[in-house]
Design a protein around this ligand. Structure first.
Ligand SMILES: Nc1ncnc2c1ncn2[C@@H]1O[C@H](COP(=O)(O)OP(=O)(O)OP(=O)(O)O)[C@@H](O)[C@H]1O
Length: 341
C-alpha cells in the first residue's frame, strides 16, 4: 500500500530523519511512537506532502509520490491528515468545516456531511455550531470527518487525542480505530504515548533520533524490545545481568528461558513486571517486601534479598497482604528477552 524506502531529511546541519524504511498494508493501522523531537511529525508531514525529503522514495499503491524525479503535491495524494490541534477553521460552522473540499451541489454536500457526521458519531444538530462551541473530543471527530470526506486511501493522525482527558481519550481512540477499520482506510498514527500506540495499532514503529529502532507487532516490540532504551520507552521493565547458555539465562532471580539456543555469554535480559509472580505465605521465601507504595489498583513493591545485587521495584496488582516486612517467594513466568549488547 504505502512504502517508504531510505527516507532522509535534514534541517540545516541536523539530521532529523535518517534512512527510514516502512511498509503499511492496505486497511491496516500503524503507530509511530517515539519521544519528543524524534522526528514523528516531520515524517508525517513528508507523507502528507507538506515537506520534501532529501532522499529516498515514497510509493502509494504503486504510484510514486516522491523520488529524485517526482513530487506529487499534497492535494493530489489522496491522503487524509488530522493534525495535532487547531485542525478546524474557526470562521466556519462545523458543517462547513466538514464540507470544505466537497465538490457536489449544496444539497449533495448537506447529505454527505450528515452521512459523515453519523460515521464519526456526531449529532447532526452540531452542524450549525461554531467549532469553539463543541468539546475537544467532538472537534477531533469533526477534523476526522473532514479528512474522511476526501475518501482517502491513507489517513495520517498526528497525536489527535493528546488534548483529550484520559476517559474521553480512550473512548475517542477506540471509536476512531473502529470507524477507520470499517471504512477500510489504512492509518498511520503518530504518538509519544506508548500505551496509545500499543492499543491502537497492529504494527508499531519505534522511532528514536530519526531512526526506527524496531518495527513489529505490539506484542513483539513490548515483549522482545531490541535494546534497553526501547524496552524502557515501551513500559516498565526489569533489567538484569545474566549468564546465557543453551536457551536459558541464569540471573539473580533464578533460571529463565530465553527461547533462543544460539545466544550465549554475559548478557543483559529484560522481564516485564507482570512476569514476576510474588507469593506471600510461601514456605521458602526468597525476598522481603521493604517498601509498599499503594496507588489504588496498583502498588509498587520494593523487594530486597541478600542474594540480589540490588533492590527490585515491581508494580503489581494491590493485595491486602502486601505489607512492609512480609517475606515472599519470587518466581518468573514466561521467557526473558535478551537485549542487544
Ligand atoms: N521546519 C523546521 N526547521 C528546523 N527544524 C525543524 C523543523 N521542523 C522540525 N524541526 C526539528 O526536527 C526535530 C524533529 O521534530 P518533529 O516535530 O518531527 O519531532 P516529533 O517527534 O514530532 O516531536 P513532538 O513529539 O515534540 O511533536 C526537532 O529537533 C525539531 O526542532
Amino acid at each position: 500500500m504505502i512504502e517508504l524506502s531510505n527516507i532522509s531529511k535534514k534541517f540545516g546541519q541536523t539530521t532529523v530523519l535518517d534512512d527510514l524504511n516502512l511498509k503499511v498494508e492496505a486497511g491496516s493501522r500503524t503507530a509511530i511512537v517515539g519521544p519528543s523531537g524524534s522526528g514523528k511529525t516531520t515524517l508525517l508531514r513528508i507523507l502528507a506532502g507538506f515537506e520534501t525529503p532529501d532522499a529516498g522514495q515514497i510509493t502509494l499503491s504503486n504510484q510514486v509520490l516522491f523520488d529524485q524525479h517526482t513530487f506529487v503535491p499534497a492535494h493530489e495524494r489522496g491522503i487524509g491528515f488530522v493534525p495535532q490541534e487547531g485542525a478546524l477553521f474557526p470562521h466556519m460552522k462545523v458543517g462547513d468545516n466538514i464540507a470544505y473540499g466537497l465538490k457536489g451541489s449544496k444539497e449533495e454536500n448537506r447529505l454527505r456531511v450528515a452521512e459523515l457526521m453519523e460515521l464519526v458519531s456526531l449529532d447532526n444538530r452540531l452542524a450549525s455550531h461554531w467549532s469553539h462551541e463543541i468539546s475537544g473530543g467532538q472537534q477531533q471527530r469533526v477534523a476526522l470527518a473532514r479528512a474522511l470526506a476526501q475518501k482517502p486511501a491513507l489517513m495520517l493522525l498526528d497525536e489527535p487525542f493528546s488534548a483529550l482527558d484520559t476517559g474521553l481519550r480512550a473512548a475517542t481512540r477506540k471509536a476512531t480505530a473502529d470507524l477507520l477499520e470499517q471504512a477500510g482506510v489504512a492509518t498511520i498514527l503518530v504518538t509519544h504515548d506508548q500505551q496509545e500506540a500499543l492499543s491502537f495499532a497492529s504494527q508499531i514503529a519505534v522511532i528514536r533520533n530519526g531512526r526506527f529502532t524496531q518495527v513489529g507487532t505490539p506484542v513483539e516490540v513490548y515483549s522482545r524490545p531490541v535494546d534497553e532504551e526501547t524496552a524502557l520507552f515501551l513500559g516498565d521493565a526489569l533489567i538484569f545481568a545474566a549468564q546465557v547458555q543453551d536457551g536459558m539465562a541464569r540471573c539473580c532471580l533464578g533460571d529463565v528461558s530465553v527461547g533462543n539456543p544460539h545466544l550465549t555469554g554475559n548478557r543483559r535480559i529484560m522481564l516485564r513486571p507482570e512476569q514476576l509472580r510474588i507469593m506471600a505465605d510461601h514456605p521458602q521465601p526468597t525476598a522481603i517486601v521493604s517498601e509498599v507504595d499503594f496507588t489504588g489498583h496498583l502498588s509498587t513493591l520494593t523487594l530486597t534479598s541478600p542474594d540480589w545485587p540490588m533492590a527490585l521495584q515491581v508494580k503489581t496488582l494491590s493485595q491486602q497482604h502486601w505489607q512492609k516486612g512480609a517475606a515472599v517467594k519470587v518466581t518468573i513466568n514466561g521467557q526473558a528477552c535478551v537485549l542487544a549488547a
